[in-house]
Design a binder for this molecule. Structure first.
Ligand code: SF4
Ligand code: SF4
Length: 114
């Protein structure tokens, strides 16, 4: 059974989807994650929508509920809301989306010690 916070967040995500307000992309992980991948974001994500690639972690654009919990946890400031991705890392938005097209059925990353 979902914990109360997680249940609330999941409900808001379900409502947003039902209202047709889904976006192509939400939060983006950019270049600073490469070579770090310390899983701090995975540990706080309430819906397990962060996945591991060879070089970095990726946020699933349709599963992310835009809660923002991961953004301040990243020790290298790699996570941005889509509209706030710095110019030099704008190409990470399509890179994040492409990752999920290239890896259908991939399992979410597990936090440290899980
Ligand atoms: S904003 Fe971050 S913590 Fe929140 S659901 Fe999306 S990926 Fe997970
Ligand atoms: S917290 Fe930042 S550096 Fe760590 S895995 Fe997540 S995005 Fe990468």
């Amino acid at each position: 059974m979902l914990a109360p916070l997680r249940r609330r967040l999941h409900l808001s995500w379900v409502l947003r989807r039902a209202r047709g307000r889904r976006r192509e992309m939400t939060y983006i992980i950019a270049e600073p994650c490469i070579g770090v991948k310390d899983w701090a974001c995975v540990d706080v994500c309430p819906v397990e929508c962060i996945y591991e690639g060879d070089d970095q972690l990726y946020i699933h654009p349709e599963e992310c509920i835009d809660c923002g919990a991961c953004e301040p946890e990243c020790p290298v400031t790699a996570i941005f809301e889509e509209s706030a991705v710095p110019e030099q890392w704008k190409h990470y938005t399509p890179k994040n989306a492409q990752f999920f097209r290239d890896h259908p059925g991939i399992s979410p990353a597990k936090g440290k010690g899980k």
